[in-house]
Design a protein around this ligand. Structure first.
Ligand code: GDP
Length: 318
């Protein structure tokens, strides 16, 4: 995970290891090198520019230039700026009166159906009763796949042979009220590409359901492509969050770093493998640490704070 970007970042930070005090020239040269790493890691250009601008601003502050541990100082600055770009942890919204309805959108192959099962398992482990409902009536394979997944994670499943998606939605809502369901997760149609007709169909489905959450399932492997898809879905149907999938196979991290900043839509969960358990809440702090290739970044940051404290004390004693 993130090998490519992590090794580039390590190389960037290592440049400051052999230095004495930081100079503005060191910072400029370092950032020029870092820019190439970000671009080759599929980080959106707007995001790359923003990261570079913020790191430069922090690094050029007097206390950074005076630091006796410039490499650690740059590590801390970059870590904090990456977190700012990634956003916060955004919990799932829950309706005051159950069921909470969640729609999953995404293009075919993004991992949407698998993610329906993962999200169901995640919620069930927190004590909720979950119902899975397939809405892709044109693809019997997709309905069967969701049914199998619901059996695997032991969630409820609702489907009735129906030509009309709206009457299926009504029936699913009724079923959930009668059966004390807390969450309904709707798996929607997705094609290999985004087209006008599909977007209109999804918008109509969303208007009918009026969900608490409209989540886009997007593969991190698509890099800038996933950012473009998120922009399109946000504009045409509206989104409340993103679930980034296939993060386990992503060596660059570019789409994860870019999606929230470019679209304003928060990443709520990530998928990190094919198994139903390979799913977790998105945590920007641990994520920034992983992108930088550090296992225990929080420990490192504490150490840097301590060194800085000691430096301050030395200066005051003098
Ligand atoms: P859909 O067409 O969007 O419904 O996609 P599927 O749910 O059928 O998933 C497509 C493929 O991606 C399947 O082989 C899944 O096992 C795989 N997949 C889904 N999520 C992940 C993930 O987080 N990591 C990995 N490695 N594979 C995933």
């Amino acid at each position: 995970m993130f090998d490519k970007i992590s090794s580039g970042i390590k190389e960037f930070l290592d440049r400051f290891g052999r230095k004495g005090l930081l100079t503005k020239k060191d910072i400029e040269d370092g950032l020029e090198f870092f820019k190439k790493i970000l671009i080759s890691s599929d980080v959106n250009i707007k995001v790359a520019k923003e990261i570079l601008r913020r790191v430069k601003k922090e690094a050029e502050k007097e206390e950074s230039l005076k630091s006796l541990v410039p490499q650690e100082q740059m590590t801390k600055i970059l870590y904090e700026e990456l977190i700012r770009i990634l956003g916060k942890t955004y919990p799932l919204k829950i309706s005051s009166i159950p069921p909470t309805e969640i729609i999953l959108f995404g293009i075919q192959g993004s991992g949407k159906t698998t993610t329906s099962g993962k999200l169901a398992l995640y919620l069930q482990r927190r004590g909720y009763r979950v119902l899975l409902v397939p809405l892709d009536l044109k693809r019997p394979g997709a309905i069967e796949q969701l049914k199998e997944i619901s059996e695997k994670v032991e969630s409820k499943f609702f489907f009735e042979e129906n030509k009309n998606v709206y009457s299926l939605i009504k029936k699913a809502k009724n079923f959930s009220k009668k059966n004390g369901i807390d969450f309904i997760i709707y798996d929607t149609p997705g094609r290999l590409h985004i087209d006008k007709e599909m977007m209109q169909e999804l918008k109509d489905i969303r208007d009918e359901i009026k969900p608490k959450e409209t989540l886009l399932v997007a593969s991190a492997l698509l890099g800038q492509g996933s950012v473009d898809i998120a922009i399109e879905f946000k504009r045409k149907v509206g989104l409340t969050g993103i679930i980034a999938t296939k993060v386990d196979g992503d060596s660059k991290g570019g789409s994860i770093l870019s999606m929230k900043f470019v679209t304003g839509v928060p990443i709520k969960f990530i998928g990190t493998g094919e198994k139903m358990e390979d799913f977790s809440e998105f945590d920007p702090e641990s994520f920034a640490g992983r992108i930088m290739g550090f296992g225990d970044i929080k420990g490192l940051i504490k150490k840097i704070e301590r060194v800085k404290e000691e430096e301050r004390e030395k200066i005051t004693i003098k």
